[in-house]
Ligand binder design. Structure first.
Ligand SMILES: [Zn+2]
Ligand SMILES: [Zn+2]
Length: 372
């Protein structure tokens, strides 16, 4: 495993522990086995990243590694991970219990006495160009844990309430003495809550929350860009026993359009015209974002790839109220099949051209003369 741990995570040697953590989270998200089922390569990358992070996130191991490289890690428990369970065990705080979405964004992760904030969720939204142009309301269906309405999140059966944990007397932690040592650990009976439920709520089984199917409407602003992430505060899962809910993150994907290409707030549209149309000028029908057709004047002598902008026919800018343009790009098509009459005319045209060389060609020939 001769590989540089900094390189594995894509950070500089001087990276702060925050930067290292961020880089690892990003990689773990991307190569997480849940997201890449059956992909061996992703699995390897994921394990590698976990190994690198296990060293670089530990001040002592990091110092030894910085000083002596892999040699310096001999005798420590730094090693490759055999299974995903190992990784989740080692980085429980980052993965928040094994699910990639749980606590990944919230960053609460607080165990012990504080009730956990609801998990943040992620969804994907696909839009077409027209929806981006106008803005749109999208309905998303998803299953998320919500506060149980029967016990109002306490987890206790109707008419009862959670009682103080007899094992830790409500402290959430217990002290164990072993010889000279005294060890404080989370109470095994109440798992740090300080309260226990004697008769659990029948609806949620004592969890205080249960998965519900819900529909969330998401308002997508006009001009949104591909890859943008919208955050819906508080629309994630409900928190434990009254803790705040998580957020819902919506990743925006924009479907490619058959004839339009997006360039920021502008839209590029290629329009083919003939040689004669380019030389003599013409009017062409061009579709707009909203499905209308406008007539665009192509001036006499338009060159290949020249752009005729239609101002205000692009996307609304997310930043302000300005609108982009529809850029009509002219593509001059040289005829490949001609009738004999067409060819005859073109030959005649070429005859005249011999006497009147076009300005561009003249420049070229002038330059050629200078070369020799
Ligand atoms: Zn309940
Ligand atoms: Zn307890």
């Amino acid at each position: 495993m001769e590989q540089d741990y900094y390189q594995v995570l894509g950070v500089n040697k001087g990276a702060s522990s925050d930067e290292i953590k961020k880089a690892y989270r990003k990689m773990a998200m991307q190569f997480h086995p849940d997201r890449n089922p059956g992909n061996k390569e992703a699995e390897q990358t994921f394990k590698k990243a976990a190994e690198a992070y296990s060293v670089l996130s530990d001040a002592d191991k990091k110092r030894r590694y910085d000083q002596y490289g892999l040699e310096g890690l001999k005798g420590t428990d730094a090693r490759g991970y055999g299974s995903f369970e190992d990784i989740f065990d080692a980085f429980g705080d980052i993965f928040g219990g094994g699910s990639i979405f749980e606590d990944f964004f919230g960053g609460s992760g607080g165990r012990g006495k504080t009730a956990r904030r609801g998990a943040s969720l992620k969804c994907d939204i696909e839009l077409d160009f027209k929806e981006v142009a106008t803005g749109v309301e999208k309905k998303i269906e998803l299953t998320k844990r919500e506060t149980c309405e029967v016990c109002r999140g306490t987890g206790a059966k109707e008419g009862t309430s959670p009682t103080t944990c007899p094992y830790c007397r409500g402290k959430g932690q217990v002290q164990q003495s072993q010889g000279f040592f005294s060890l404080r650990t989370t109470c095994p009976k109440c798992h740090g809550n300080g309260k226990v439920i004697e008769s659990p709520c029948a609806k949620c089984g004592g969890a205080g929350r249960y998965p519900k199917r819900s529909t969330i409407s998401v308002q997508i602003p006009a001009g949104v860009e591909d890859g943008m992430r919208l955050r819906l505060t508080g629309q994630g899962e409900s928190g434990e026993s009254g803790a705040p809910p998580g957020d819902l993150y919506c990743d925006v994907h924009i479907k490619p359009h058959q004839i339009f290409k997006r360039q920021g707030d502008d839209i590029l549209c290629e329009v083919p015209i003939t040689l004669a149309q380019a030389a003599l000028g013409c009017t062409v029908d061009v579709p707009t974002l909203l499905g209308n057709v406008v007539q665009v004047k192509i001036p006499k002598g338009t060159q290949n790839n020249e752009i005729v902008p239609l101002r205000g026919e692009g996307f609304i800018s997310l930043q302000g109220h300005a609108k982009g343009s529809l850029l009509v790009q002219v593509v001059v098509e040289v005829p490949t099949k001609m009738t004999s009459r067409q060819e005859e005319l073109l030959r005649e045209f070429a005859e005249i051209e011999k006497k009147n060389v076009s300005p561009r060609q003249k420049k070229f020939f002038d330059k050629m003369k200078n070369i020799f």
